[in-house]
Design a binder for this molecule. Sequence first.
Ligand SMILES: [Zn+2]
Length: 450
Amino acid sequence: MNREDVVKKIKDMLLDGKTAPWKAEEISLQEGVPVPDNITAAVAARRAFVEEKSGHKFHHIVMPEKPYHVGYRCPNDGSLWTLAADDTYLRCGMCDTPLEILAEGERHKPLVNNYIGGVEDYYSYAGEVSVNGDVSKTFQNILCWGPGVGHLGISVGCFKLNKYGPIEVKVSDWGIAARNLSFVFDTESERQKARNLIQQQLPEIISRITRAHLADWGGEIDNVDFLYKQHHNDRILHCCFYSRFENHRGHGQNSHAAGMAKNIIDDLFRTKGITCRLSVVGMGRDGDLKPSPRNRRGRYVSAQQSIPIEDYEKSIGRPIEDFLSWIDLDYQGVTEEIGWQAYTGMGGEIIPAFYRTMKCNPRPYLVSCYQKVYAKTRGNDLIFGVELPNVEVGITSSPEGIIPPMAREALKMAGISRAKEYAAAAAAVTLAGEFNFATLHVQERMYTGR
Ligand SMILES: [Zn+2]
């Protein structure tokens, strides 16, 4: 069979569910395509499969001529180097000695597991997932995870969870942006006068800053809150401006809006003779680039599935209490180690992989990586869920930066065209990854080779 026929045969097998995408390399080898061409044929077959599943063609997520890596060893210090086949710098990165290629059987592998294209950012296929609730859709999971097998776990997790129907998702209609102003006074009475003045002028301030900085992006002020704090002699007044956006991230717009509010407030203080010692943007109070357990920034999303306890006990081969014990000990481990009442598990890897793929703003996505996994029993069902309380995402371009062509293609192929869908897909793959890992751990199969 020539290579084109092998590619078509594997694609058809994938579409018919006769094999799994990550087995394509093995099948093309069995069909007589020699190493490393079997990898090229496998990647081509997976691409054709994903194109049919998504209904879109690849244009920007390209397949390099040699979509695999080559293994080398440094003869000087023994270090191992795994390099893309198109890398031309074939020397040790530590001592600059020319590298020696590994033996034939161990030198070639796909750039990443389940690779489907992309240079530098290597895209993997991670199955598909169906959700319902606030978003009803089936997403193709495309992830820049890296060389690990995490995306295979997501693939399996999605399949296992969708056996019981779509994953239920709940997503806020709006994403929140927050920017905090801080004013320092020497007396409490001066602070109180300042607060009353701001409060009284708020409608006018809001109308001016909305016109100037928010309206073009469909943003509006959602809330302005006040907080009194004190540090020794400093009587602090925090005044946080929250705005909300449907599809735009709005972080920059909201920051400029708050900056304009500061200028207006400073003028008001001068006119009304209020003595304010320091007037600044106090970002520490608005959760800037810090994940937060409350929904202070971004968008709340949760994903949940219920599974008959009887089925799940059969799958793990032990009582449900053992599974709940694993969840409890892991929850305790994470909360005590990081010192927060939070549970950030594998989501710390899954959510960044999702952001790397879609390249929407924010690029520093730490604020969005906070997650809480929960598991409980209700009647005869196991309820397994995850909450992401502050997913920030701008699905449109913005003054904060463009979404590059490769990433726009990934969004389209994944089936994501709204910020709500982005959040729903992120939560669903996070749930699936956590579920698969938790199941493997309690089965004692994770990292044990069992
Ligand atoms: Zn070396």
